[in-house]
Design a protein around this ligand. Sequence first.
Ligand SMILES: Cc1ncc(COP(=O)(O)O)c(C=O)c1O
Length: 369
Amino acid sequence: MTTPPRDARALSLLHHRAESLHKGDPLSLPLTLSSVFHLPGDPQAEFTYGRFSTPVWQELEAQLGVIEAADCVVFPSGMAAIAAVFYAHLKSGDRVLMPSDGYYTGRVLLERFLVKLGVEPVLRPTLDFATTPLDGFAMAFIETPSNPGLEVCDIAAFSARAKAAGVLTVVDNTTCTAFLQQPLDLGADLVVVSDTKSSAGHSDVLLGHVAARDPGLLQQVRDWRTLSGAIPGPFEAWLTHRGLETLDVRLERMCRSAGVIAERFAAHPAVQSVRYPGLADDPSHAIAAKQMSGFGFIISLTLESAEAAEAFITSCTALASTTSFGGVHSSAERRARWGDAVAPGFVRLSVGVEPTEALWSAFAAALPG
Ligand SMILES: Cc1ncc(COP(=O)(O)O)c(C=O)c1O
């Protein structure tokens, strides 16, 4: 399948319901709150019971399908999507290659719950994925750019090696979304996204999805959802559907601002180091330029100390002091507070949709010195 260009997908996303509309129908997606559906006689119907499918999810999955150019299954959070992939596709004796420097909860899930079912996680830094021998693995889970270090893995090169070794490649595309990076085009088998972040984009909902082009791989994940009951609520699905309508335009502002601001952080004397894949001298730049169509909205910067980082975050008038990323409000946090293996003064900063220069002025005013 050839994925249409981003503009074409952004346009189709906004009009994806047009063909199903009848005269007098509401243009906005109706919020349907029903666990059961009128079902006399033969139970074959589009909707039967709310754990199997609902009108709001169906529209959300269609909309996500436009961005991914693939079929999608939605979940109540990014972690529920990741858990579904693990439980649907791993069995006793399987080894899984996991990033030691990616979002930590996936590792914890494997270690706490899947190890006792006989699954063996093998942790390696994202940068080592390029050279780790893949024989004997059942699944490899890539996060690129990684959260929070923004290390990048060459998805096409890795997926080709994985395919040759019979390893299923799963890519966590949360830091990009399919508008900035298309792992399925690059050979990945399954994509997971926490739509809690930029996809929904307003910091008011948790949701996640799995995308795949192989119907068999995705059906296993869908069956897991139906049987485990890990289903999103209709209001959460509706909020995500509404948020996605502006994802393209939000990403445009967020990525443009992030590019400008990363350059300025890099030139600022109080900033010890900056990671942003869009910086020409960033170690990730060459691979990022090859596989991403935009460099994202997350900047990682290191200040002198934990105190300096906390003071920057809390005194800045344009930074929400929160965890997570991808919202319309710029936000930041010191990742060492969660135990990530980063310097005490390391700040993960998510650039929001505020006007670029006003945002930079607020950041500059809050930096030491
Ligand atoms: C890269 C990445 N993947 C997955 C998740 C999990 O998403 P959720 O919080 O929606 O379960 C997160 C959350 O921060 C994340 O950063």
